[in-house]
Design a protein around this ligand. Structure first.
Ligand SMILES: [Fe+2]
Length: 332
């Protein structure tokens, strides 16, 4: 098995196809266009589910985003919010120590000098029961992506807040502040606002309809893929989205507003103009595109048993390799 790990790479099971891939020549020759077409095969539109789900899927098909105010019954929302508050007790957004920035934050030090951010990988009971294992969300994520959730999505609480009004707009100091697609195929992120959020405290921004694969979009993607391969720069602007025929729109909502977003569409983080926090709980269904999810097939058929065993052996081989390299390092 260790030979298989060597050939496929340690991250084989967990990586999803990235936004761009390959060198300059390959992208000039159209690699990104071909892989975008391939990655969208059979899934240009959400799967039909019928019944109570269909009207929501119709909106996701048309807009790429579904916004549902007052999503949870009040008691359930309150339970989630209590768990969220508990997760942040003892932390103050005004404590700033540049030494303590996470690796992700270190890429944008100027942004995080002004914006406090803390992400917690929560597994608290109400959050798990009502949100992470929510049947409605699971079904819609599967219909949009044409995949099956064999593994849970990435899940977290996320807190953002501007620390001071001294500096003006700092949103453009982070690439998340510019319109972008996460990947060139249908992928779902789900947000629950835990406080009231509007344009002043960084409401999520989405260009409705921009999740669709059109010829214009393909040409634009082609341009960005070549630019990215050349200079690692793939920044798009609101005008680009406008030229594609869409408008960037703030998704404002009261606490307990849920939205399901197909992040093949153009979206970005809003900016802060006051000191109100943006408190969210989020799910990211990118795990659906990984081999780990595909091979962790449920069921008792022989094929499922074999693929699940492959995943187990693969993980075992990686663990063994890690142990060996740690003991080598200790000896040297
Ligand atoms: Fe994004």
């Amino acid at each position: 098995m260790s030979l298989v790990v060597k050939i496929l790479g340690n991250d084989f099971l967990d990586k999803a196809p990235p936004l761009y891939y390959g060198g300059v020549l390959a992208n000039v020759l159209g690699l990104h266009v071909f892989r975008t077409l391939y990655l969208n095969l059979w899934r240009l539109k959400p799967k039909k589910l019928g019944g109570e789900y269909q009207k929501h899927l119709d909106i996701l098909e048309k807009d790429g985003i579904l916004v549902l105010p007052d999503f949870f019954p009040k008691e359930q929302f309150d339970e989630i919010k209590n768990e969220y508050d508990e997760a942040y007790s003892g932390w103050s957004p005004f404590d700033y120590d540049p030494e303590k920035l996470s690796n992700r934050q270190k890429d944008f030090p100027e942004y995080f000098e002004t914006i406090a951010e803390k992400i917690v990988s929560a597994k608290t009971p109400a959050f798990m029961k009502y949100f992470v294992n929510n049947e409605f969300i699971t079904k819609l994520s599967e219909a949009v992506t044409h995949r099956t959730n064999n593994l849970p999505p990435h899940q977290h609480f996320w807190y953002l807040q501007k620390r001071s009004l001294e500096k003006g707009n700092v949103g453009n100091l982070h690439t998340a502040g510019f319109p972008h697609a996460d990947v060139p195929y249908p992928t779902v992120k789900v947000f629950l606002y835990l406080n009231d959020v509007n344009e002043d405290n960084a409401a999520y921004i989405f260009a409705k309809g921009s999740h669709k694969l059109s010829l214009k979009r393909l040409l634009f993607e082609y341009k960005l893929s070549v630019s990215f391969a050349r200079t690692r720069n793939d920044i798009a602007h609101e005008e680009d989205v406008h030229d594609l025929g869409y408008d960037c729109e703030s998704i404002c909502g009261k606490a307990n507003t849920l939205f399901i977003s197909n992040n093949m569409g153009y979206h970005n983080r809003g900016d802060f103009s006051n000191l109100e926090p943006r408190q969210t709980a989020q799910l990211d269904f990118r795990q659906l595109e990984t081999w780990r999810n595909i091979l962790t097939r449920k069921g008792s058929g022989i094929f499922s048993k074999v693929t699940r065993r492959f995943v187990k052996s693969f993980d075992k081989a990686i663990k063994k390799e890690r142990r060996a390299s740690i003991s080598n390092n200790n000896m040297s």
